[in-house]
Design a binder for this molecule. Structure first.
Ligand code: ZN
Ligand code: MN
Length: 472
């Protein structure tokens, strides 16, 4: 057991691919999943004599991100960041260094905590190397293939301050950032496709200390779940080292999803290793104050604001609507509430059933969603039946009433239900006596019998109510 208490300190670097039509410095198509090496030209291949031309849409998207993160949006310049990788054709990456476009912002999480944003700068993506062989990694690979379609795709790298204090908060931060990126329409922000990539700088220190410990940068987390596991693992590793009287070595570590550990990748580079210098082929980026103002004015409502709006409409706490808002389902829920649906029921069905089939959620009509909730609220559909109707609506659309009819989910009226309940009571006199005598756990027994007798068509709540009426 620890003698001292340790505090987790995390800062996150998030790379976000922008959904522009073309790349950052050339007219090549910016698309995921195309035939390898088909969206390339002398500029993104770094051929001698080619010159970059900055994509205006990418600058606007970067400014949108800065504005949404409450940053100061400023004039900026590009630098060359020199390093040598086979998937980077120029052997340097055009990035921003000491004069980035966005600085000093913050982001608010659903629990009300704030994480500072150090900077959000523009840079180009590299190509992609595939190691062919059974290992799938560079060690033991037979050969490697390089696809330059991704080289030159516009990125914004969002660097947080080391304000994050737990794995859970790290996940909440990425989830919030993702919701913001989706809301401002700059990226599809898919961790599984690599359009949102998260690196975590993790260190620990004695609780209450104002000094930072030595940090490690953890890479290769492909989901929020991996991010949480990787931070927890890395914190435990560092605490164990320090408690054994050893030191944490500053380095870059690779998260291995299969064995649930981080492994040393290389000693951490310092800025001077990259020999940054100003990119001589590009002029400074100086957006006019009018342009910046128009970007700020055109921002849509952001998740934090939408949480407050939906929470007050639904009469719940903002944290209770976080999932629904981060999935962009708040309009659906609001229209259902407007149409008379029970707010909590609408939140529950949206946050579970609709969320489970989120790819199809855009095709779900608010009126149909509200109709299903109304049918459930009126007791015409049981919870199970309502979920089934909703599932079918998501899968193939249609009219909720017709779907329910097609399944034989016709309303089981109280009259029909009463006679089934009475039959079940008569068939189980001993259990009925015990329930009458106050053994309330037998309610479940009777509900189960009624469900079986009605092939699941009875509404559980109605059965419980009838049992109470009958057996006191
Ligand atoms: Zn190109
Ligand atoms: Mn970067």
């Amino acid at each position: 057991m620890s003698v001292v208490e340790w505090e987790t300190v995390v800062g996150l670097e998030v790379h976000c691919e922008l959904e522009t039509a073309t790349k950052l410095f050339c007219g090549c198509r910016n698309a995921f999943g195309d035939e390898p090496n088909t969206n390339i030209c002398p500029v993104c291949l770094g051929l001698p004599g080619s010159l970059p031309v900055l994509n205006r849409q990418a600058v606007e998207f970067a400014m949108r991100i800065g504005a949404a993160l409450h940053c100061d949006v400023r004039p900026s310049i590009f630098h060359r960041k020199n390093y040598f990788y086979p998937d980077m054709p120029k052997d340097y990456q055009i990035s921003q260094y000491d004069e980035p476009i966005n600085v000093e912002g913050w982001l608010e999480l659903p629990d009300g905590s704030r994480v500072g944003i150090e900077r959000a700068h523009m840079e180009e993506d590299t190509g992609k190397t595939t190691h062919v062989g059974t290992s799938g990694r560079i060690h033991g690979a037979d050969y490697a293939l390089v696809d330059y379609n991704r080289a030159g795709v516009p990125l914004v790298e969002i660097v947080s301050k080391p304000d994050i204090r737990s794995a859970e908060q790290a996940r909440a931060y990425v989830s919030e950032l993702r919701a913001i990126l989706l809301a401002v329409g700059v990226s599809d922000a898919r961790m599984e496709e690599g359009s949102l990539r998260v690196d975590a700088n993790v260190s620990v220190r004695h609780a209450g200390s104002d000094q930072y410990g030595t940090r490690c940068e953890v890479k290769n987390m492909n989901s929020l779940r991996s991010l949480g596991r990787a931070v927890d693992y890395e914190v435990a590793r560092q605490v164990a080292l320090l408690e054994a009287g050893e030191r944490v070595v500053q380095e870059t570590r690779h998260w291995d999803e299969d064995d649930g550990r981080t492994h040393s990748l290389r000693s951490k580079e310092e800025a001077f290793d990259y020999r940054y210098f100003p990119e001589p082929d590009l002029v400074p980026v100086a957006p006019s104050p009018d342009w910046v103002a128009s970007v700020r004015a055109a921002l849509p409502a952001l998740p934090a604001e939408r949480r407050v709006a939906l929470a007050s409409r639904a009469g719940v706490a903002p944290a209770d609507v976080a999932t629904v808002v981060s999935l962009g389902l708040d309009e659906l829920v609001t229209s259902a509430i407007d149409a008379g649906a029970d707010p909590r029921l609408a939140l529950a069905r949206a946050g579970n059933e609709v969320a489970a089939d989120i790819e199809r959620a855009p095709s779900l009509e608010a009126a149909a969603f509200a109709r299903v909730l109304a049918m459930e609220g009126e007791g015409r559909l049981t919870a199970t039946q309502s979920k089934q109707v909703l599932g079918e609506l998501l899968a193939s659309g249609g009219d909720p009433e017709e779907i329910a009819r097609a399944h034989g989910f016709e309303a089981m009226g109280d009259d029909a239900l009463v006679s089934v309940v009475d039959e079940v009571i008569v068939a189980h006199p001993a259990e009925a006596d015990r329930l009458r005598g106050g053994e309330s756990k037998l309610t479940g027994f009777f509900v189960g019998k009624v469900m079986a007798a009605t092939a699941g068509k009875a509404d559980g709540k109605a059965v419980t109510r009838l049992l109470r009426e009958r057996l006191g």
